[in-house]
Design a protein around this ligand. Structure first.
Ligand code: FA5
Length: 345
């Protein structure tokens, strides 16, 4: 019997190695160690031996079984790792195939400008708010100190929506109504910018569109002065246009700010020397600004003795034109890929 055990034990490693799958290995294991396996069959002969013979053969059987189990376990680990590698290779996705077959789009120049402006102002500590494009007369005009029949309403050619009483619902003519929404919803101090789309009955030309974009800014805090506004706008100008472009403020009029100013920057085309685009002045007008009017503070329930602030509203499309040296705003809205592809995001 000892010879039989040795023979089975010596032959086992070759049988185990010949198994190339986990299933085959299970078969070999069953042939050697299973209920009807060759080693198990030998064990059944133990009963016919005397006590010494049983001890000797029993010990040899245990040694053989342990060594065969060891060989099987080592092979199982090998086969499992081979099978895992095969599964990973079979399930691998080639992602490069998907991207190379289609041209990639980019975000529109206006969207890029919107994102960049928001980034600059967020970097300066401002939060971002948005409001509805369909507004009521109260938010767009009344609360901004522009009562009905006030001549200042003529500053904005308004598109009215056929809802409610005549001329009470409109497409907002500027982003300033979002100032009112922010002031009524958030207690000061407020440092917010409000980008958005606006509508006017303007005829399209090189600097005007009937649908365009603005970015509004609002600061309300204690002891805010005109100098804070001038400093903030100059910091913004350098951050957005780079160090060679500066801003200036010119006296102006808006019903919702007092005093009011126009915000100009050095002409980016001639850097202030004077050219056709800036009508030889060296300056380009980008928006309005001023100290928030006491009547506006009163309309939103803020105490003008405690709180002061400033607001500004810039033409977002015009900022895009200036930054990229585009001389006609209509180019941005024709959807011509030859134009749009010049501004990859
Ligand atoms: C306003 O709309 C004021 N709400 C701005 C403001 C806000 C003043 C807060 C004070 C305090 P204005 O109508 O000037 O102002 O428009 C602001 C800017 O929008 C203009 O300087 C210009 O850059 C841009 N803009 C005006 N009309 C058009 C248009 N039709 N197409 C493209 N951009 C325009």
């Amino acid at each position: 019997m000892i010879d039989d055990i040795t023979r089975i034990s010596d032959a086992a490693p070759a049988l185990v190695l010949a198994a190339t799958t986990i299933d085959q290995l299970r078969g070999v294991e069953s042939d050697l160690l299973g209920k009807r396996g060759s080693l198990t069959e030998l064990k059944k002969g133990l009963g016919a031996l005397d006590a010494d013979g049983r001890r000797e053969v029993g010990a040899a059987l245990n040694v053989a079984r342990a060594s065969i189990e060891q060989v099987i376990e080592t092979r199982r680990l090998e086969l499992e790792s081979v099978e895992r590698a095969a599964t990973i290779a079979a399930e691998r996705l080639d992602l490069t195939e998907i991207t190379t077959s289609r041209p990639r789009g980019t975000t529109h120049l206006v969207t890029q400008t919107w994102d960049r402006l928001v980034d600059v102002f967020v970097g300066m500590g401002f939060t971002v708010a948005e409001g509805p494009e369909v507004e009521t007369d109260w938010y767009n005009f009344e609360a901004l100190n522009i009562p009905a029949a006030h001549p200042a309403r003529g500053m904005w050619d308004t598109l009215y929506v056929d809802l409610g009483d005549p001329e009470t619902v409109l497409l907002r003519t500027h982003t300033s109504p979002v100032q009112i929404r922010v002031m009524t919803e958030t207690p000061p101090p407020i440092y917010a910018v409000m980008p958005g789309r606006v509508y006017r009955r303007d005829t399209a030309d090189a600097t005007h569109m009937p649908v365009f974009h603005q970015i509004e800014g609002l600061v309300i805090d204690r002891a805010i002065s005109f100098a804070d506004m001038a400093g903030t706008l100059e910091s913004f100008t350098s951050a957005y246009f780079g160090g060679s472009i500066h801003s200036r403020l010119r006296p102006s009029y808006f019903p919702f700010t007092e005093p009011s100013a126009e915000y100009d920057i050095n002409c980016v085309f001639c850097e202030g020397k004077g050219c056709r685009t800036c009508s030889q002045t060296g300056w380009l007008e980008l928006g309005g600004c001023g100290m928030v009017h006491p009547n506006v503070l009163r309309n939103v329930g803020l105490d003008g003795e405690e709180w002061t602030g400033f607001a500004f509203g810039f033409g977002l499309d015009r900022l895009a034109l200036m930054r990229h040296g585009v001389d006609d705003i209509r180019e941005m809205y024709t959807g011509d890929l030859r134009f749009l592809e010049q501004f990859p995001s």
